[in-house]
Design a protein around this ligand. Structure first.
Ligand code: NI
Length: 173
């Protein structure tokens, strides 16, 4: 397994529409494993392939708490097939928008169909933090960031700060 560099916004690679995986083979499994290692290394609960510069529709998630056993899940071609009528609001963060958070309203639960690491079609009902996380990660596959769900005022403020931090990092590098 290898830890991959995580792309920080604003970056055009985070705005792409990722392409479906044909088959979950060794190559896709390696991507899943590398993404999990990258996510754990960054103390994240979810990661999508475009965040590591890969154009495939692959996401990984582990919403287990620090004191619980890890519960990694890797999904290829995840697709929301049903959503709840009720919404939930959760304060979201993102490894591509470090140190920025905002409340985002999304469906309270979702049913998601996907290919697992054995290339089997599976369906899960995601609730609570898992519902938020899975929707957040699927968004990444369509070039959507959590800041795209908040006011343009707040979005622009966050992106400007990140851009500024990038410039400073370049100057001091
Ligand atoms: Ni994210």
């Amino acid at each position: 397994m290898a830890k991959l560099p995580i792309i920080v916004a604003p970056d055009p690679r985070l705005k792409i529409k990722a392409q479906p995986v044909q088959t979950v083979d060794e190559d896709v499994r390696k991507l899943m494993d590398d993404m999990l290692e990258t996510m754990y290394g960054a103390h994240g609960i979810g990661l999508a392939a475009p965040q590591v510069g890969d154009k495939r529709r692959v996401i990984v998630i582990d919403v287990a708490r620090e004191n619980e056993d890890p519960k990694p899940i890797a999904l290829a071609n995840p697709q929301i097939v049903e959503i709840s009528d009720d919404d939930r609001i959760h304060e979201e963060g993102c490894l591509s928008l470090p140190e920025h958070y905002a409340e985002v309203q999304r469906p309270d639960w979702v049913k998601v169909r996907y290919l697992d690491r054995d290339n089997e079609i599976r369906e899960i009902k995601a609730e609570g933090i898992m519902a938020t996380c899975i929707q957040h990660e699927i968004d990444h596959l369509d070039g959507v960031l959590f800041v795209d769900h908040v006011s343009s005022l707040k979005r622009n403020m966050i992106l400007r700060k990140l851009q500024k931090a990038k410039k400073l990092a370049q100057q001091t590098a």
